[in-house]
Each structure stands twice: as C-alpha cells, then as structure tokens.
Design a protein around this ligand. Structure first.
Ligand code: UD1
Length: 421
C-alpha cells in the first residue's frame, strides 16, 4: 500500500485545476442502463471509484470505453447480459446501489448486493428501497442481496423522503424517468450532483422539473435516448484545495471553481479570515498573516456546509486562534480523522456528533493513517502546515476520490511525494 510523505511549512502559490465531480459521475454512469442508445460523459475524473463503477457496469454487459486518458467515458447498454450486481464489486463502493433503480425501471428485474463503502456509520439503503416500493417494486432481501421485481413496470408515485438522501433521490429519479405516470419526490436532495443528473436525463429525453429544489416532478416516458453530457465540477475537490492555501498561507487560484457550488463553505472560510475572490477562471483563495479565527461549523444537506468537507475544515481549525466547534449532522462516526490529527499535536474533544477543537500554534509532523476518503486528505492538509515530516499511510482511500493529489499540490510549491509500497 502506497503512502504519501509531506514536509510542511511551505506557503502555496499557483493554480490548481478542479476535475469533474466523482459523485456526479458515479450517478451519471448508471444512467446508461436506462437506454440502449450511447451515453457519453465528458470531464470525467480519473479515480479508482470510477474504475469500480466501470467494472460493475461491464459485469452487467454494458460497454464502457475510456477515451482521452480517462477524461471521456463512452457508455452503451444496448446489449445488457445480466441484471445481477455482484457482492464482489458492490462491496467496494456504496454508490453501486445506484444501478438498482435504472435496472428495475428498464428490465422489471434486478438483483443487487447490499453495498459497502467508507466506514462512516451504518449507512443503510432503506430510503432507496422504500422509494422503489412506492413505485410498485416487490423487494425481497435475502443472502445479502436485494431481489427486486416490477413485473408490470414501475408506476409513478408521490414519495416523501423522511430525511434528505442524495443516493435515494438519485435512484428514485432515475427509476421514475421510465415509470408509468407522474412521480413527485418531496424532501428531495438539492445537491449540484442531483441537478447535473437531472440535466443529463433530460438530454436523454426524460421529463423532469424542479431539480435543485425540494420537490422534483418526473413524468415517465416509454424510452430514453442517448446524450453527451459534461460532468459538473467537483465541489468537494474544490473545497479541499481551497483549504490548502488557507492552511499554509499563500494564494492559489482554483480553476473551474464556482462559488455557488460551495457557498456555505466559502462563508465559513471568510468568517475564519480567509480571502475568497471570484475570478474569470475560477476562485482565488488567499490567507493573510496571522492565525485564522475559530468558527462553528454544522454539516447539513446542500446548500448547507457539506459533510464531505468537515474533516478538511477540521484540519484548518486545529491551528485557529480559539475554540471551534464542528457538529456532524449527516453521518454518525465521522470523526475518525480526529485521533490522527491529535497525533500531530491537535487538541480535539469528540462527544457524539460534536467535536470541539482548541487551536494550537502549530501542528507537528507524525506518522498517521488514512481511515476514509475525506479523512485521508484532511491529514495531508494538516501535514502541509505542520512542522517537519508527516507520512500518511493507507492512501488507497485517497485514490478513490482525488486524482494526482501530489502533482496538484507540488505544482503550487508543496513538498509532497508518493512512496510506492
Ligand atoms: C452521498 C455522497 C457522499 C456524501 C453524502 C452526503 C455519493 C456517491 N456519495 O452519499 O460523498 O457524504 O451523499 O452528502 O454521492 N441514509 C439512510 N437510509 C438510506 C440512505 C441514507 O439512513 O436509505 C442515511 C445515511 O446513513 C446518512 C444520511 O442518510 O446518515 C445521508 O446519506 P445520503 O445522502 O444517502 O448519502 P449517500 O448518497 O450515500
């Protein structure tokens, strides 16, 4: 297993290009299962999670061609051979459950293993299943698989989610495009990835209104066609790299960044004393002299502060002037990075879903271990600011969500290198 060594202390200056969104791409790819026409995705990120989804779709008989060094994915499901998503692939990534809605909608039958993924809490899929049941699916959970049938096809329904789920909204949205009649999704997720999925589905011929609001209405159609769609910018990669100059000092322009993708996060950065400026090419982030201010962060569904930036924000607040509080409201057990940051000298108290961070003057380098995707990059950010060398082990988590992290950061003057196992 590779590790990453970082020698901290260098302020960062330069520019970082932001890739297409992993989480958008992971829901756009299964949309191929809804049609026998080709679907082409441009601006795809080059990540191991995308390769896992590729393997899963190929195991169903879909064709996935990777063009332009992985930037373009050409997908086709005209000759699907299987509706069985196997445990051996699904267990690697929770987003695999997103094949369930499309398979069921198009074929009236699917067998999908219950998923695995990052170890951040229980993360059940009950909302996905309830939504499909409301649309007339008959579900049987046995041997670790969801066996789903909709012999007469799915039917439109009014579905009110008890709380916001990104994945359940995506699964229901895709399934509803081919259901008979009208589906209304209430308390739907409003994330930019949902908006991106709806736009792509509309290009394929779906009739959808209201994406980006709490109520999405879908008028089912009998079949969908092909489309070419550009994947939206990765707001989590954007926020993560915005934190790099915030933590080290310096000034970095994030190419392709847009404030509306990370509004609540920008507000918190500014409250902490970091400068965020919109430019023609993206967003420019600069840190003035002195320590950052302590702030209170509460994670919420979009447009609130994203849970996927909580660990990285904590890395910044470890050296803030004062006591910061981070409340994690989306996932239980999402503070696994805290003990690792404490190995670097951070002062953090975790009680349930709340972490209290008492800022220290400086972090010190230490050997640390990545525990999940976002936790691993928070350790790299902390290491950029720490005194001395930090070695982050188990960086395979990082490769699931960040492409060429060491190249992007070293181009701005960071001293960072990958140590191959
Ligand atoms: C997606 C993102 C993930 C992000 C999360 C929240 C992808 C591939 N992943 O994950 O990076 O952290 O949104 O912004 O897009 N829940 C249930 N039952 C369900 C579904 C969810 O109890 O059927 C719970 C989850 O355990 C969690 C909360 O609802 O506590 C939100 O989860 P959800 O929005 O569904 O996250 P994902 O779609 O899995």
């Amino acid at each position: 297993m590779d590790s990453i060594a970082v020698t901290g202390g260098a302020p960062l200056r330069g520019e970082i290009p932001i890739a297409g969104a992993k989480n958008a791409c992971l829901t756009l790819m299964p949309a191929t299962l809804l049609t026998d026409a080709p679907l082409t995705l441009t601006n795809a990120p080059r990540l191991s999670d995308i390769r896992t989804m590729t393997t899963l779709l190929q195991s169903l008989g879909a064709e996935v061609q990777t063009l332009q060094q992985g930037r373009v994915l050409a997908l086709s499901s005209h000759d699907l051979t299987s509706q069985h998503a196997d445990y051996e692939i699904v267990r690697k990534m929770r987003a695999s459950i997103l094949v369930l809605g499309p398979l069921l909608a198009r074929y009236g039958y699917a067998e999908v293993s219950l998923p695995g993924g990052c170890a951040i809490g229980a993360r059940p899929v009950d909302l996905h299943l309830r939504a499909l049941e409301a649309m007339g699916a008959e579900l049987d959970l046995r041997d670790g698989y969801v066996h789903a049938r909709a012999p007469g096809g799915l039917k439109g329904a009014v579905i009110e989610f008890p709380f916001v789920s990104v994945g359940a909204t995506e699964n229901a949205l895709m399934a509803a495009t081919l259901a008979k009649g009208t589906t209304v999704l209430r308390n739907a997720a409003r994330e930019p990835e949902i908006v991106d999925l709806a736009r792509c589905l509309r290009r394929m011929g779906a009739q959808i209104e209201g994406e980006g609001t709490k109520t999405i209405t879908i008028e089912g159609v009998s079949s969908l066609g092909g489309a070419t769609h550009e994947v939206v910018t990765d707001r989590i990669e954007l926020g993560t790299y915005m934190l790099a100059p915030a933590i080290t000092g310096g000034e970095v322009e994030l190419i392709g960044g847009r404030r509306e993708l990370v509004g609540a996060f920008c507000d918190k950065l500014e409250e902490a004393g970091i400068g965020v400026e919109e430019t023609e090419r993206g967003l420019k982030v600069a840190r003035r002299n002195g320590r950052v201010n302590a702030v209170h962060v509460v994670t919420e569904p979009f447009p609130g502060f994203p849970t996927d930036l909580q660990a990285q924000m904590m890395a910044l607040l470890c050296t803030a002037d004062g006591v910061s509080v981070l409340e994690e409201r989306i996932f239980e057990n999402r503070f696994m990075h805290a003990p690792e940051l404490m190995r670097m000298g951070a002062k953090i108290d975790v009680h349930g879903g709340t972490a209290t961070v008492t800022g220290v003057e400086r972090l010190r380098g230490a050997p640390v271990m990545a525990t999940d995707l976002r936790a691993s990059v928070s350790l790299i950010l902390a290491a950029l600011a720490a005194e001395g060398e930090t070695v982050v082990s188990r960086v395979y988590h990082l490769d699931r969500g960040y492409e060429r992290v060491e190249e992007k950061l070293s181009a701005c003057g960071a001293r960072i290198e990958r140590i191959a196992a």
